[in-house]
Ligand binder design. Structure first.
Ligand code: C5P
Length: 312
């Protein structure tokens, strides 16, 4: 006897944050975006996105960063759900979206992009759409440069605006410590500061460094620590000078490497083990130079559907 399962009434997914182990910024294109070459790593700091069938569209946010998230139609998770509904001509589309927010907002860890990626996958599942992966990736790229990577997870090279992904041969697990700031930095402002500070007009086309590729292939955290590089670091320091002291403190306390994550202001430190990560968290907290610290391992999977949906 075959059984046909009823469509779920509600779907919950979890989506990881990202750190850019390498971020090289090239010229500003006519579309207002910079050509990038980046190496993304998904790390185990998660937002949970739940979509539930509803009479009208809504979004609510819980968790430590809830206060900083827009609740209207400019919320990225809402924009993602509506884009998917329009694209796939879904009738009876409205959903209530709930975001349990643990990834800092405007922190350089793809917090907003993670919610968009989560919303796409949750709605795809809720509406029973069996979409081609490439089609979903294209919609993701429309929503933001980091959204495709949040879907994919793991470790990947991003080119173009950061949305064109290629796999990386990598091994090992990396233990990160993140020094979080209570006030975010605006990504366009940091790119604007990069343009202001970059007087050399012949900015080279960016590409991943051999040192980074070798480090990831070897699984050696010391080599990865040495290879960390971010062209948005100086612009972020220029806009938020206090971040330099945070980076210096982490390195002084024995981190294998440190870097501004994405466009900041989160400072990411690489350590050699989970014990080392815990020691660094304690030292940074005691130092008083950071607002808040957290730690996470990477790489981890991209969007994952959590079990236990309620059914109609
Ligand atoms: O695509 P996303 O919404 O994440 O980008 C936010 C802003 O960051 C863009 O509007 C642009 O100002 C800047 N940006 C850029 N070059 C990129 C990615 C983002 O200048 N490759």
């Amino acid at each position: 006897m075959s059984t046909v399962s009823a469509p779920p009434r509600s779907v919950t997914v979890r989506v990881p944050a990202k750190v850019n182990c390498e971020l090289r910024v090239g010229p500003l294109g006519a579309d207002g975006y910079h050509e990038l070459s980046t190496v993304f790593m998904a790390v185990g700091l998660y937002d949970e996105v739940t979509v539930t069938r509803a009479e009208r569209w809504s979004v609510t946010t819980t968790g430590p960063y809830a206060a900083h998230v827009p609740s209207g139609s400019d919320n990225l998770a809402m924009r993602a759900a509506r884009l998917l509904a329009r694209h796939m001509r879904v009738t009876r589309a409205p959903v209530a979206i709930r975001i349990d927010k643990n990834i800092p907002v405007a922190g350089g860890m793809a917090g907003g992009s993670a919610d968009a990626a989560g919303s796409l996958v949750a709605c795809e599942h809720l509406w029973g759409l069996r979409m081609d992966r490439d089609e979903l990736m294209e919609l993701a790229a429309e929503l933001g440069s980091d959204v495709p990577f949040c879907l994919a997870g793991g470790i990947a090279i991003g080119s173009g605006r950061g949305e064109r992904l290629a796999p990386v041969l990598a091994r090992g697990t990396y233990h990160w410590v993140f020094a979080l700031s209570s006030q975010g930095l605006s990504t366009p402002e940091v790119f604007g500061e990069f343009d202001r500070l970059t007087t050399d007009i012949s900015v080279p086309q960016p590409e991943p460094s051999p040192a980074m590729m070798t480090a990831l292939r070897s699984g050696d955290p010391e080599a990865l620590g040495d290879a960390l590089v971010n062209d948005l670091q100086e612009p972020a320091f220029s806009l938020r000078p206090a971040l330099r002291a945070v980076l210096d403190a982490g390195l002084e306390f024995g981190a294998l490497g440190g870097i501004i994550s994405g466009s900041g202001p989160t400072v990411a430190f690489l350590t050699g083990s989970s014990e080392h990560a815990l020691d660094l968290c304690v030292a940074l907290t005691a130092s008083g130079v950071v607002d808040q610290v957290t730690r996470a391992k990477g790489p981890v999977h991209g969007v994952q559907i959590l079990p236990g949906p309620t059914r109609e």
